[in-house]
Design a protein around this ligand. Structure first.
Ligand code: SF4
Length: 258
C-alpha cells in the first residue's frame, strides 16, 4: 500500500460516500416502486383498497430510509450537526457501511477506497458534534507499526518507556501527549485496543491506523466518538509507518478543552 496523503484527499473520499449514498437512495426508491407496483396488480383483484394500504406502508418506510440518507448527505455537505448526527453515525456504522461496501464492490470500487471514505465520513460526523472533552478523558491510540521495527524498547503497555531517540514518530507523539496531559497507548491489535478502551474509559479517542484497523476500531468503539487518522506507509503495510502531526494537532485542538 502506498503512503496516504490526507487533507487534499479528504474531500474526494467524502464525495465518494455521498455518491454511494445517492446511488443507494435511487436503488431503494426504484425497488420500493417495483415492490409496490408488481403486487398491486394482483392486490387490486382481492380488494381495491389493498394497493393503497400497501403503498402507504411501503412509502412511509421508504420515506424514512431515504430521508435519513438525505439528512446524512446534508450533514456531510454542510459540516453541521443536523438534528441527529449521533444517531446517523450509528446508522452508518451498523447498517449503511456493510451495505455500501457491498454496493461499491458491485460497481467496482475497491475496499480500501471505501474504507477511506467511511473514515472521512465518520470523522465529519464526529466533528459535527463539536465535542470537547478534558485532556484526561481523551486517549490517543496508536498502532505498533509506528515504532521503528529495530527498536528494542518495549512500548506497548507504557509509551513512556521510549527514550525519545527521535528515530520514529513515537518520540514526538509521546511528547505531544505528555504536554497536553493526554493518555497515549500502543495497541498490537483489535483485542488489545478494546481492552485499553475498557480500562481507560475515554470520552474521546484519536486513533491512528490503516484503513482496515481504523474501520474495525471505529465500529467496535461505537458509540464512543473516534477520530480516525490514516498512517503513512512509505515502506508498505505494518512496517515503520509514520503520522501527520498537523492532523494530530488539529484533531486535538478541535476536541480537547484548553
Ligand atoms: S523514538 Fe522511542 S520508540 Fe522510536 S526508535 Fe526511538 S526509542 Fe524506540
Amino acid at each position: 500500500m502506498n503512503a496516504v496523503h490526507r487533507g487534499a484527499h479528504e474531500q474526494p473520499r467524502k464525495r465518494l460516500f455521498i455518491a454511494m449514498l445517492t446511488l443507494a437512495s435511487t436503488l431503494i426508491l426504484t425497488s420500493a416502486f417495483l415492490l409496490w407496483w408488481v403486487p398491486s396488480i394482483g392486490l387490486v383483484n382481492i380488494h381495491p383498497f389493498l394497493p393503497i394500504l400497501f403503498g402507504g406502508i411501503l412509502g412511509s418506510l421508504t420515506l424514512f430510509i431515504v430521508g435519513s440518507l438525505g439528512l446524512l448527505i446534508l450533514t456531510l455537505l454542510t459540516g453541521r450537526d443536523l438534528f441527529f448526527s449521533q444517531r446517523l453515525r450509528g446508522l452508518v456504522i451498523r447498517y449503511l457501511f456493510p451495505a455500501i461496501i457491498g454496493l461499491g464492490r458491485l460497481v467496482g470500487i475497491d475496499r480500501d477506497t471505501l474504507q477511506q471514505s467511511f473514515i472521512a465520513l465518520n470523522n465529519q460526523l464526529v466533528r459535527a458534534k463539536k465535542l470537547r472533552v478534558p485532556a484526561e478523558r481523551a486517549l490517543i491510540l496508536l498502532p505498533h507499526c509506528i515504532q521503528l521495527a529495530d527498536c528494542a524498547i518495549k512500548i506497548t503497555g507504557n509509551v513512556d518507556n521510549c527514550i525519545r531517540c527521535g528515530r520514529c514518530d513515537i518520540s514526538a507523539l509521546a511528547e505531544l501527549a505528555r504536554s497536553h496531559g493526554i493518555a497515549v497507548a500502543v495497541a498490537t491489535g483489535g483485542t488489545l485496543a478494546r481492552k485499553i478502551i475498557v480500562e481507560r474509559r475515554p470520552q474521546f479517542i484519536l486513533a491512528v491506523a490503516c484503513e482496515r484497523d481504523l474501520t474495525a476500531g471505529i465500529r467496535d468503539a461505537y458509540p464512543l466518538p473516534v477520530i480516525g487518522l490514516l498512517n503513512h506507509r512509505p515502506y508498505g503495510p505494518c512496517f515503520n509507518t509514520s503520522i501527520d502531526f498537523v492532523e494530530v494537532e488539529k484533531a486535538l485542538a478541535e476536541h480537547i478543552l484548553p
